[in-house]
Design a protein around this ligand. Structure first.
Ligand SMILES: CC(C)(COP(=O)(O)OP(=O)(O)OC[C@H]1O[C@@H](n2cnc3c(N)ncnc32)[C@H](O)[C@@H]1OP(=O)(O)O)[C@@H](O)C(=O)NCCC(=O)NCCS
Length: 281
């Protein structure tokens, strides 16, 4: 799945290899029970994949092979059955997918939460600053428990986080994770209170920031900015020239986009949602 994402990566593509690394590794196997993933190949080249979670589909299709998108959508219908209201979302630039999705009878639906790609080049980054008593650094490979704990803390006010040390260990052993790009802010007691992980696609010299978080009691101190900037500087040192992050773009969850824009990320393409017609049987 990452090979195909990397091969077709560009400004108009939905996913970065880091999206797949994070999404696959951060969810423990027992919570993947309802997932179905299929890959389409032509000879030794992968040309498409589909990933069903519940009634939703994520799909990646080589733009040079647009006809395969119809096969992925047929598989989606067969796997979910005609009585299910199927959902899918794509980046607005993925016209080869949109054509096939509309041909399969899906209609554009407004009003759902969506994501907006935000982009930054690394030539003019600000300097990360943390208040007295805090330390900014990257994690070490053996700090799995602490790394999982800061993720749980940061996401605890959204919903109880299911992040475990085992899942974080899986993330930290997933290609192309590297601890030099996994940054944290540590308080004076040695507790991690903010984090930002960047995934580097060396072929495209492009980073993906995913995920970012700050524990609720430490917010609005500039730690989110500092930990992002620390990780972005490290990305540049490792050869990166640009980075992407994909926060929500709708008004229902606006704060992360404000954080990223405050350090220089600029909004670009957004995701759009399509709903399949449910048959009354
Ligand atoms: C998003 C998050 C990481 C921000 O962390 P933070 O340490 O509070 O961010 P900072 O203090 O560095 O804030 C930087 C800028 O972001 C914006 N911002 C942050 N929180 C804000 C808020 N509650 N309201 C409005 N703007 C806000 C401001 O522009 C702020 O700059 P300012 O304080 O000078 O006005 C934090 O809220 C969080 O962990 N949320 C839950 C997890 C999450 O949603 N992660 C992002 C997923 S894409």
């Amino acid at each position: 799945m990452q090979d195909l994402v990397q091969r077709i990566y560009g400004a108009g593509s939905r996913f970065h290899i880091g999206d797949i690394g994070w999404e696959l590794a951060s969810v423990p196997p027992e919570r993947q029970a309802g997932w179905r993933i299929a890959l389409w190949s032509d000879g030794d080249q992968d040309v498409a994949w589909g990933w069903i979670e519940g009634n939703g589909l994520l799909l990646v299709v080589d733009p040079a092979r647009p006809e395969v998108a119809g096969e992925v959508l047929d598989w989606f219908r067969e796997e979910t059955g005609p009585a299910v209201q199927r959902l899918t979302s794509v980046l607005e630039s993925e016209t080869h997918l949109i054509d096939a999705i509309e041909k399969a009878g899906f209609v554009l639906e407004h009003g759902r939460p969506y994501y907006t790609h935000h982009n930054i080049t690394l030539d003019d980054l600000g300097t990360p600053v943390v208040p007295d008593g805090f330390t900014l650094r990257h994690v070490r490979a053996d700090e799995i428990e602490k790394r999982a704990a800061v993720h749980r803390a940061a996401w605890s006010d959204v919903a109880p986080s299911k992040m475990t040390a085992e899942a974080m260990a899986a993330v930290m052993s997933t290609w192309p994770y590297r601890p030099e790009l996994d940054w944290v802010v540590e308080n004076s007691d040695g507790v991690f209170v903010a984090s930002a992980l960047i995934w580097l696609d060396e072929q495209h010299r492009a980073g993906l920031v995913e995920p970012v978080g700050c524990a609720p009691q430490y917010r609005r101190l500039g730690l989110g900015q500092a930990v992002n900037l620390g990780a972005l500087h490290a990305l540049k040192e490792l050869g990166g020239v640009e980075a992407r992050v994909c926060p929500r773009g709708d008004d229902g969850y606006p704060i992360p986009a404000k954080l990223y824009q405050s350090i220089g990320f600029r909004p670009g393409l957004r995701t759009v949602d399509y709903v399949g017609q449910k048959l009354d049987l």
